[in-house]
Design a protein around this ligand. Structure first.
Ligand SMILES: NC(=O)c1ccc[n+]([C@@H]2O[C@H](COP(=O)([O-])OP(=O)(O)OC[C@H]3O[C@@H](n4cnc5c(N)ncnc54)[C@H](OP(=O)(O)O)[C@@H]3O)[C@@H](O)[C@H]2O)c1
Length: 324
């Protein structure tokens, strides 16, 4: 098969389309003919050598894909050859074939086309596990999503609106905020020009849940914007990984701060998230209430270009790479 291989850690030019051996499905795994994969910010870090794959995972980049079931490993009974699916991966998506634990497959939602579905598993599992399973976001809550125009943000807006939450977002331009509004965001804040604490306190008195991709740089202000008993969920470190936590402020608000990573979870934990996503979130995709947000679709061979584009900023939603 052909796959995008990393010659050595470094710039996007180090990604090249190469012939490599096909993967074999181990017991409990499914082999997929990949239709498409999607580019994640974590892929950029892995390319630079700063985010190695977890033990046992493929060295090939790619945390999600869509495709067709091409072979079944021993003990797999819940999927059939020819099923159209999308899958959460620990790696291996930038390729024509990938072997995936059966518990990380999701059926193609009725309202979603196969290539677009490649952009769903990572955002769906991250958003659902953090906002709903972990922080308990529910109807009537106020959610603040940082990076509302990104892959995670565009999905979080739709899911939170479907749950009946009031959604505030930050983004870096008026145009991007307007597009977040079209997806359902109620309150839009330009992080380059406005203070999100001031803006949200004025609008709603604060947030019950803050969904944060920035980390250290926003830690103190994220605590400031929490309502009493609020929950700050950190999933990214775009603004650094070492911050100072004012425990006094947190304690007075009876607040919770948590941080999670999806890729390093055990197979059992990933399968549990995928099962919950399938039961509760997939019906929203089947109905078309939540849809993938795809900024651009490129052939797999253009992975380097996709990395440069994501790095430069300005992508709204996700970049998909098609393998066929
Ligand atoms: N922990 C996990 O399991 C997990 C899983 C998936 C993703 N992540 C992480 O989650 C983050 C978001 O992922 P993604 O796929 O959505 O990435 P993305 O599509 O590249 O989006 C990143 C967003 O960050 C925004 N941003 C940059 N500086 C900001 C600031 N100072 N304040 C507010 N927003 C700012 C950008 O907004 P503008 O373009 O509008 O400036 C952009 O929309 C990444 O750090 C990723 O690594 C973590």
């Amino acid at each position: 098969m052909r796959a995008i291989m990393l010659r050595e850690p470094g710039p996007p030019e180090n990604l090249e389309l190469t012939e490599v051996p096909d993967p074999e499905p181990a017991p409990g795994e499914v082999l997929l003919d990949v239709a498409a994969t999607a580019v994640n910010r974590a892929d950029l870090l892995q390319r630079q050598g700063n985010y190695p794959p977890p033990p046992g995972a493929s060295e090939i980049l790619g945390l999600e894909c869509s495709g067709t079931v091409a072979a079944l490993g021993e003990d797999v009974t819940e999927w059939q050859l020819g099923d159209e699916v999308c899958a959460l991966l620990a790696g291996g998506g930038y390729a024509e074939k990938v072997a995936v634990p059966a518990g990380q497959l999701l059926p193609l939602p009725t309202e979603v086309e196969l290539h677009s579905a490649a952009g769903l598993p990572e955002v769906a599992c991250t958003v659902w596990s953090n906002l709903v399973m972990h922080a308990g976001l529910s109807e009537g809550d106020v959610l603040l999503v940082h990076g509302g125009a990104g892959g995670i943000g565009t999905h979080a807006i739709q899911v939170a609106k479907a749950l009946g939450a009031t959604v505030a977002v930050t983004a870096g331009s008026a145009e991007r905020l307007e597009r977040c509004k079209q997806l359902g965001a109620d309150i839009t804040i330009n992080y380059r020009e406005q203070d999100f604490v001031e803006e949200l306190k004025t609008a709603t008195g604060g947030a019950d849940v803050v969904f944060d991709n920035i980390g250290a740089k926003y830690l103190d202000r994220n605590i400031d914007v929490l309502r009493d008993s609020g929950h700050l969920v950190i999933i990214g470190m775009q603004g650094g990984m070492q911050g100072e936590l004012n425990i006094g402020k947190l304690l007075r608000k009876r607040g919770t701060v948590s941080a999670t990573a999806l890729r390093s979870r055990s197979l059992e934990s990933k399968a549990a998230i995928v099962a919950d996503v399938r039961t509760h979130l997939w019906p929203l995709l089947d109905q078309g209430t939540v849809l993938p947000v795809i900024d651009q679709v490129l052939p797999l061979g253009n992975a380097a270009q996709a990395h440069r584009t994501l790095d430069e900023g300005g992508v709204f939603g996700k970049i998909v790479l098609t393998a066929k």
